[in-house]
Design a protein around this ligand. Structure first.
Ligand code: PLP
Length: 453
């Protein structure tokens, strides 16, 4: 059979609340045109993020019942640790309440003035946590990763020439090297096994640890299986194991590829670093066997880690994201190619060339998709990255609108509805206008800024 179906059936349903365009225009006004400020009850199809929005399986819900809430040494922790070590056998596994808590702990230890942290592309919270220590967050994705129209199998790869140059000239300022798999802010594009392997070799040459920001490790592994020579016959699990074998640690948001609604961890091989991390953890998260999570969360993560590397799940996941992306492509809507793992990224700058990047074409498009269809998406462009350290504004490298697909949540007809909505937006796109920012906070402005249209 050629049709790829959702490899699950629905046991418990959550009704969607229908709204009209007139109602949504009012909600937009009340939210100052910031989609993060909408009430989610007023959203029909929520593609704001794939983070923490996964549907858990019957097995995970059963695992929740098994959660042991002991303060220290809970069996839930050991079940989680053992499930993770089957994929990523790091010596120290330190649970946190989500990914950014792991980042905060890591960078408050290794960051600081004069330090520089290279990455293919820092995710926004990663960059913010690096910069909060006054260190520099440097993006070194290879140039193919910056061309949204280019078809290339591994646009998440880091530029090894520039990384070598950096390591050669500023070695003492670099506490570690990061790779984000898949490269979220760069379009959900995968990093090849070869690039991970070569980055590790370079790190070894300069005596630096390689830390994976591994939120979407399973999706990255499936792309390696599909696209990289020598991996077609390997199971996703084997590929994941090889990926982690090149790393000295990882930060993780379990809200992505651990298929849970809350959770994360920091994993490290280095004893000294892990000791400092656990001390910080106790200060900000909790005791090292629960780290800001309930025992039941740890059990749900343990089971999620088994389910996320199942081939049927990954095939459905990657194919259904491509289904949306390819449909938009056929409609002539410019999308980032090839289609990423967890999201489809519309190139709003190319779609709306009449809107100057400093008038935020991505935000304009995201507002219209909500107004017309009740679909909530996220701008990843000049709103998110345009403000410079000195307070000035500069167009981001790209102006994208991300349609992130929650895992195991929406069916094909929900996605068909989104496609129809975008077809209509595209037909009337010349009517869309730019937006201005009327208020913004000092950091991470996209979450709370006010817009005017
Ligand atoms: C989501 C994400 C994070 C942060 O994780 P949270 O759980 O949201 O704090 C870090 N890096 C990447 C690549 C992410 O996608």
């Amino acid at each position: 059979m050629k049709t790829i179906i959702e490899p699950f059936r629905i046991k418990s349903v959550e009704p969607l609340r229908m709204t009209t365009i007139t109602e949504r225009e009012q909600y937009l006004k009340e939210a100052n045109y910031n989609l993060f400020s909408l009430k989610s009850d007023d959203v029909l199809i929520d593609l704001l993020t794939d983070s923490g929005t996964s549907a858990m399986s019957t097995k995970q819900w059963a695992g929740i019942q098994m959660g042991d809430e002991s303060y220290a040494g809970s069996p839930s922790f050991y079940r989680f640790e053992s499930a993770l070590k089957k994929l990523a056998p790091f010596k120290h596994i330190i649970p946190t309440h989500q990914g950014r808590a792991a980042e905060k702990i890591l960078f408050s230890i290794v960051g600081g003035k004069g330090k520089v942290i290279p990455n293919n592309t820092h995710f926004d919270t990663t960059r913010a946590n690096v910069e909060a220590t006054t260190a520099e967050a440097l993006d070194l994705v290879k140039k193919e990763g910056l061309d949204p129209k280019l078809e290339h199998p591994f646009k998440g790869d880091i530029d090894l020439v520039r990384l070598r140059e950096l390591l050669s000239t500023r070695s003492e300022d670099i506490p570690l090297v990061m790779l984000t798999i898949t490269n979220n802010s760069g379009g959900g594009q995968p990093v090849s096994m070869q690039n991970i392997r070569e980055t590790k070799a370079l790190c070894k040459e300069f005596g630096k640890p390689l830390i994976l920001d591994a939120c979407r490790f399973a999706e990255n592994a499936y792309f390696i299986k599909l696209r990289e020579e020598g991996y077609a016959q390997k199971s996703p699990k084997e590929i994941v194991q090889e990926m982690f074998s090149y790393a000295d640690g990882m930060t993780m948001s379990a809200k992505k590829d651990a298929l849970v609604n809350m959770g994360g961890w920091l994993a490290l091989n280095d004893d000294e670093l892990a000791m400092h991390a656990r001390n910080m953890l106790i200060l900000t998260e909790g005791f090292p066997t629960y780290g800001g999570l309930s025992g039941r969360d740890l059990d749900a993560m343990a089971i999620g880690l088994e389910e996320v590397v199942e081939e049927d799940y990954l095939n459905y996941r990657i194919t259904s994201t491509a289904y949306l992306g390819n449909a938009l492509d056929r409609l002539g809507i410019p999308v980032m190619k090839p289609i990423g793992g967890h999201a489809v990224y519309i190139d709003a700058r190319a779609m709306l060339p009449h809107i100057d990047p400093l008038q935020y074409p991505g935000q304009s498009l995201a507002i219209e998709m909500y107004r017309l269809g009740g679909i909530r998406t996220c701008e990843i462009g000049t709103v998110m990255f345009g403000r410079q350290a000195d307070g000035s504004e500069k167009a981001a490298q790209m102006d994208l609108v991300r349609m992130a697909i929650p895992r195991r949540v929406y069916t094909q007809s929900h996605i068909d509805y989104c496609i129809e909505c975008l077809q209509e937006v595209n037909a009337n796109k010349h009517r869309l206008k730019g937006v201005t920012i009327s208020w913004e906070p000092p950091m991470l402005r996209h979450f709370t800024a006010h817009f005017q249209i």
